[in-house]
Design a protein around this ligand. Structure first.
Ligand code: SF4
Length: 335
């Protein structure tokens, strides 16, 4: 996928107006389709969806929905996860080119080679992985339960944690485990939200809460700032995107600095309109998430595309790890 093959215009030439909304809703009704939108989607897509949420919440809805078709407005691994959980449903993603740099940071073949170097190790994969990698995984985890999942593994067993190095560092710090090996993957968007940027924003906004996604390059710095007293420790909250919405409703702070993809700000403002939310890094926008334009969504419903397929044998092997994640995950989780 290259930038010049991607339509980066905000709405792909289609106005997200009342006529667009009416047609999308009517086509969804005719198709018996449920529209799911991740928290990083364009505001217009979030607002027309039946459900918005993080990847775990959306996986749960996909698994329990009675709709015949799932339209997944997110990135490809999320739609694949829905297909793994609901193999008999039609799963569509409005643009199949919507990938994920984190999920692409490890292939099934690379994981098999890594496992061969550590026979007997337990493989724990964050949900941002391809179906093929999930099929090689023992336990799939979310950002909410990654620490608990790793802590539940007998202390003498080696653990292979993948693909996110920042989440892996967080888990290693929390569990104090020496036999945790971490894959050096990262999300280019979250890695770009760095420590110096966070420190400068926190110093300029001393009363603000900090909502930080554990995939961020600044997560370690946030804990360091709290440890040295630059920021009051109770103001630093390492949260999945779903937990950010819950925390927005609960906090007493008047302003919040948000370290994750900027699409998140839309849901936070809806959840707590009186709080001032601002991005630690305004440029932290995922171009893959933003490929799901109003035009792409309409085309998906009109033309029944792009259908997501997962090889049945791979899906069968991946399903157990994903189902365990659905069952043991906290109410909010995933990216
Ligand atoms: S923000 Fe990063 S982890 Fe999330 S979908 Fe985009 S590339 Fe993947």
């Amino acid at each position: 996928m290259t930038a010049d093959t991607i339509d980066l215009t905000p709405f792909g030439g289609v106005e997200a107006d009342a006529a667009w909304r009416d047609e999308v809703r009517e086509l969804a009704r005719q198709r018996d389709a449920v529209l799911l939108a991740h928290n990083y989607q364009l505001p217009e897509i979030q607002d027309i969806a039946d459900h918005t949420g993080d990847s775990l919440a959306l996986s749960r809805i996909a698994a329990s929905s009675s709709a015949a078709t799932i339209i997944f407005c997110g990135v490809h691994f999320m739609a694949e996860t829905a297909k793994i959980l609901s193999p008999d449903k039609t799963v569509l993603i409005p643009d199949a080119r919507a990938g994920c740099s984190l999920a692409d940071s490890i292939t099934g073949a690379q994981l098999r080679a890594w496992k061969a170097e550590h026979p007997g190790a337990v493989v724990v994969s964050y949900v941002n992985t391809t179906a093929e990698v999930k099929a090689e995984t023992d336990i799939c985890c979310t950002s909410s339960n990654a620490v608990d999942v790793v802590a539940s593994i007998p202390a003498d067993r080696e653990v292979l944690f993948l693909p996110d190095q920042f989440l892996g560092a967080h888990v290693k710090r929390e569990t104090g485990r020496d036999n945790l090996h971490i894959w050096a993957g990262e999300c280019h968007v979250h890695a770009g939200i760095n420590g110096p940027e966070l420190a400068a924003r926190a110093a300029a906004n001393p009363d603000a809460d900090l909502f930080i996604h554990p995939e961020c390059g600044c997560a370690t710095s946030a804990l360091y700032l709290a440890g040295e007293g630059t920021v009051a420790p109770e103001r630093v909250k390492i949260l999945s995107t779903g937990d950010m919405v819950t925390q927005a409703r609960a906090t007493k702070a008047k302003s919040v600095l948000v370290a994750t993809e900027i699409g998140m700000i839309h849901q936070l403002r809806k959840a707590a309109p009186d709080i001032e939310f601002s991005a630690v890094n305004e440029r932290a926008s995922c171009r893959y998430m933003k490929m799901i334009t109003p035009a792409a969504l309409l085309r998906s419903l009109r033309e029944n595309r792009d259908e997501v397929h997962v090889d049945p044998e791979i899906a069968a092997r991946a399903r157990g790890a994903v189902q365990r994640m659905i069952e043991i995950g906290q109410p909010g989780g995933g990216e």
